[in-house]
Design a protein around this ligand. Structure first.
Ligand SMILES: *Cc1c(COP(=O)(O)O)cnc(C)c1O
Length: 467
């Protein structure tokens, strides 16, 4: 058997992939027919595939490649750390310098008294930690019945049994017996799809008050925590109305509920601050981190925990942890990533320079005949595709049909833009230049034009109704 390498023909690699590799969130039989796109290298914001195409990565991998591809500093740090101490655990009263240094740096970056870090290997694992930590917190305080966690429909918190239960993705709940008990979902603040006749401000308040209604129905003595993304990512880059977060903060304060910010996407500069809860104005007790923490160069996640929760949890043995909690190579790489984000002023640039440039270009798409709203915060953005803007109407075709057509046009135009139903979303590397932003938006517009033409040709411009 010859060694499998980038030099093999694409079709051969695709056949081997189809024979042996089961892909996440994929209909594998369909992919076997079509053949997976094979990415061979990447630099900055650009991917190269096995046919030599140069593709603009509008999604930063999976929302994680904040400092861009090809930073050899991270490779050097990883190699150095592997030679010095490739692995040691943090169980059983031991520690090591990379875990110490990363925890210290995160405590410095996180606002307020979020001073303590519990490490995990991913965002899913970190949210599983949060479920157990929030429930254990109330248990130690003598309220074991205060164990319900409230989250939101169409939120995304990971794909393990626990984190998938927190998430509000119905397709995920339908497989494998989710959700676990004592998770309660409320509606999302998606004004475009669900706001009806209300103004965005009224709707934001109304959706926040669903949390208060749920707490009153369930009983505040039963509710441990509320978890949410500052801005829903995988749900379609849903940016809540400005009235939403202040009201959620008030409700959690009034009812003594822990507030957990899932910062896996919004953290590390994505919204123009270090954390999305800062941009959207609220104060969590726990933050979930992953993705941009290492810019995807190593798998690592964690929970940043406030003084009060950490001190209560610290009173007993917390029977929880992962073999790779605080993995030294991952921690060292994450620390180097944070150094680059900071020293190169990347977060500030998103807030003050490239972010506003992307905003102007992105919002200009709102004049396109297919585009309803065009929304953006920092460097995450979405557009709602619609056959009728003034009615905010969905398409008559099954949700996602049109989004998929548009995504395929983007692929053909060498732009990675994702679709969530009939919303198109981007979340590019934070280091994208203004010129590359212009290229991204040009390609997006071209893809929208081609989608519009295809829809007209296929008779798909018909409006449907919301159920
Ligand atoms: C991706 C994601 C997760 C899960 O992280 P994994 O590393 O894939 O387990 C959790 N929360 C949010 C908001 C995410 O986007």
């Amino acid at each position: 058997m010859p060694q499998i390498s980038n030099h093999m023909p694409t079709a051969e690699l695709q056949a081997l992939d189809a024979a042996h590799h089961m892909h996440p969130f994929t209909t594998n039989d369909e992919l076997t027919q079509k053949g997976a796109r094979i990415i061979t290298r990447a630099d900055g914001v650009w991917l190269t595939d096995s046919d030599g195409n140069r593709i603009l990565d509008g999604m930063a991998g999976l929302w994680c490649m904040n400092i861009g591809y090809g930073r050899s500093e991270l490779a050097d740090v990883a190699a150095r750390q592997m030679r010095e101490l490739p692995y040691y655990n943090t169980f059983f009263q031991t520690t090591h310098v990379p875990a110490i240094a990363l925890a210290q740096r995160l405590a410095e970056l996180a606002p307020g008294d979020l001073n303590h870090v519990f490490f995990a290997g991913s965002g899913s694992e970190a949210n599983d930690t949060n479920i157990r930590m929030a429930r254990t917190y109330w248990q130690i305080k003598g309220q074991p019945q205060k164990n319900i966690i409230i989250s939101r429909w169409n939120g995304y918190h990971g794909s393990s049994v626990g984190s998938g239960s927190l998430g509000g993705m119905k397709g995920m709940h339908a497989q494998g017996g989710l959700p676990i008990p004592d998770i309660h979902h409320i509606n999302q603040p998606d004004w475009w799809s669900e706001g009806g006749e209300q103004s965005p401000e009224e709707f934001g308040l109304a959706r926040a008050r669903e949390l208060e209604q749920a707490i009153e129905t369930l009983g505040a003595d039963r509710v441990a925590a509320f978890i949410a993304e500052p801005v829903q990512g995988a749900g379609g880059v849903i940016i809540p109305p400005a009235t939403y977060w202040p009201e959620i903060q008030r409700i959690c304060d009034d009812h003594d509920i822990l507030l957990i910010a899932d910062e896996v996407i919004c953290g590390f500069g994505r919204t123009g601050n270090w954390f999305g809860s800062q941009t959207t104005g609220w104060r969590p007790h726990i933050m979930t981190i992953a993705k941009g923490l290492s810019s995807g160069y190593q798998p690592i996640g964690g929970s940043i925990v406030c003084d009060e929760v950490a001190s209560v949890i610290g009173g007993e043995e917390f029977n929880h942890g992962y073999t790779y909690s605080g993995h030294p190579v991952a921690a060292a790489v994450a620390l180097e990533n944070l150094r680059i984000l900071d020293e190169e002023g990347i977060v500030t640039r998103v807030a003050e320079d490239t972010g506003p440039h992307l905003r102007a270009a992105w919002e200009s798409l709102a004049d396109h005949p297919l585009v309803g709203e065009a929304k953006i915060i920092g460097m995450m953005a979405s557009i709602a595709l619609t056959p009728d803007k003034s009615a905010r109407a969905p398409f008559a075709a099954e949700a996602g049909t049109v989004g998929y057509i548009c995504r395929e046009r983007c692929f053909a135009n060498n732009l990675v833009m994702r679709h969530v139903g009939d919303r198109m979303i981007i979340s590019p590397p934070l280091v994208i230049s203004k010129q590359e932003i212009d290229t991204l938006v040009e390609r997006a517009r071209r893809s929208l034009d081609e989608t519009h033409a295809a829809l007209k040709e296929q008779g798909l411009m018909k409006a449907g109704t919301r159920d």
